[in-house]
Design a protein around this ligand. Structure first.
Ligand SMILES: Cc1cc2nc3c(=O)[nH]c(=O)nc-3n(C[C@H](O)[C@H](O)[C@H](O)COP(=O)(O)O)c2cc1C
Length: 418
């Protein structure tokens, strides 16, 4: 399969602009600047590209919401927060092929008429921040950033902004608050960022992987992109696979690749030849899948139809030795710790869930605890300010639905079933 995102990553000095240019880099920008911005938006719409940050929203459609008024400042913000547990795909692009992202961002900014863009990067990505800053400097020196890019009328500045390790700052409106120097908590929507985003100006927020698809869509065309994978979830996808597999890592495959193929053909199968027990298909907010779903096509719609989600494409594989009560406890503890505290159902609810799960895990569970977990979940779901609380509930309901017997066993026998 022809790769689009991981073409350069194995080359020596892959992060350097010279390596990127010698592989044909920045040619898409040259081509894009000769087109009308509106045409680019149409191309991205026609490609069917959907956001790779988690929700799968159509990218071209999002761009088309930006007002056309030339007197209004507009911003592009790249979401490089990569906080969903199990997710490490954006990091590969940031560290190994930063110019792919930068080129994608310049083209996207040109399409929406944005003079300034920001990369909001996860605070822990110290190395990635340095690499991006150096890459942006190189792009300025070569005239791909700054005034009158490649002799055109388009001028653009790009900045890197480090977050401070808060999961909630990956949520787009909390990210904008944090970027403005405020406490990272979600905003009320509407207004949506396309109308009132950064500094209350029209803003597009896209994930690193989403923006990195843009150069190939411009150079190879919308039809080429649409021809890869399922019609409604086209393109390639970065799957980051971790847990009990022989060869964990990031692989680029067509959307819709069966889960079995990803785990067994590309990641070497289950470690030590053990039996597979459960799979997180798209970051820990995504309800787990049982091994009976190994032949499922990994794309947005197929997973949604099975009441889980592709999310960030983070696959966590668990073998037969895994205690699901412990996993549920650890996952929930994460959500509780990362709840920003703005709304009561999420702040209090995730803390309650963690407390109950902890006592079950440590052999102090009560018979009524499973019912209590169900009730607390019902009180959180759909009642929170942003999707963090819903994510916590969806994950826990997945564990309770598929492994209720393990929870009961833990409560009765005060030990793991495995
Ligand atoms: C709690 C929470 C955390 C999120 N974290 C990230 C993240 O780390 N990276 C990301 O790209 N999107 C994240 N998102 C999704 C963003 O809000 C937003 O949908 C995404 O950046 C849009 O880009 P896309 O359309 O290219 O996917 C998160 C959402 C929620 C609710």
């Amino acid at each position: 399969m022809e790769k689009m995102l991981l073409n350069n990553v194995d080359k020596p000095n892959s992060e350097k602009i010279s390596t990127y240019i010698s592989g044909g880099g920045y040619k898409s920008l040259e081509a894009a600047l000769k087109k009308e911005p509106e045409k680019l938006i149409e191309t991205v719409k026609a490609s069917g590209l959907r956001g790779r940050g988690g929700a799968g929203f159509p990218t071209g459609l999002k761009w088309s919401f930006i007002p056309k008024d030339p007197t209004l400042a507009k911003y592009l913000v790249c979401n490089a927060d990569e906080g969903e547990p199990g997710t490490f795909k954006d990091r590969v692009i940031i560290e190994k092929d930063p110019h792919l992202l930068i080129e994608g961002m310049i083209i996207s900014s040109y399409a929406i008429g944005g003079a300034t863009s920001y990369i909001y990067i996860r605070g822990e990505f110290v190395q990635g921040t340095k690499i991006l800053e150096e890459a942006i400097k190189e792009a300025y020196e070569k005239g791909y950033l700054g005034k009158n890019i490649l002799g055109s009328k388009f001028s653009h500045d790009m900045h890197v902004h480090r977050g401070f390790g808060a999961y909630i700052c990956g949520e787009e409106t909390a990210l904008l608050e944090s970027l403005e120097g405020l406490r990272g908590q979600p905003r009320k929507k509407p207004p949506f960022p396309a109308l009132a985003g950064l500094y209350a100006k029209p803003t597009v927020i896209n994930n690193v992987e989403t923006l990195s698809c843009i150069p190939a869509i411009v150079s190879k065309g919308a039809d080429w992109f649409k021809g890869i994978g399922p019609e409604k979830s086209p393109g390639t996808k970065l799957f980051c696979v971790s847990g009990h597999v022989e060869k964990p890592g990031t692989v680029e495959l067509p959307m819709g690749t069966p889960l079995r193929e990803i785990i067994y053909d590309h990641c070497g199968g289950i470690k030590g030849g053990k039996k597979i027990k459960a799979i997180v298909p798209g970051g820990v907010s995504a309800p787990i899948l049982m091994p009976s779903y190994l032949d499922i096509a990994m794309d947005f719609d197929t997973l949604a139809a099975k009441k889980t989600m592709l999310g960030s494409g983070a696959i966590v594989v668990m073998d037969e030795t895994t205690c699901m009560v412990k996993v549920a406890y650890i996952v929930n503890r994460f959500f509780s710790h990362e709840s920003c505290g703005k709304c009561t159902p999420c702040r209090e609810g995730t803390a309650w869930l963690t407390q109950v799960l902890k006592r079950i895990e440590y052999g102090k569970g009560k018979k009524s605890d499973i019912k209590l977990l169900d009730e607390v979940c019902d009180n959180i779901f759909g009642n929170t300010f942003c999707p963090l609380g819903d994510g916590a509930v969806m994950a826990l309901r997945g564990f309770l639905h598929n492994f209720r017997d393990e929870f009961e066993y833990h409560i009765e026998r005060k030990e793991c079933m495995v």
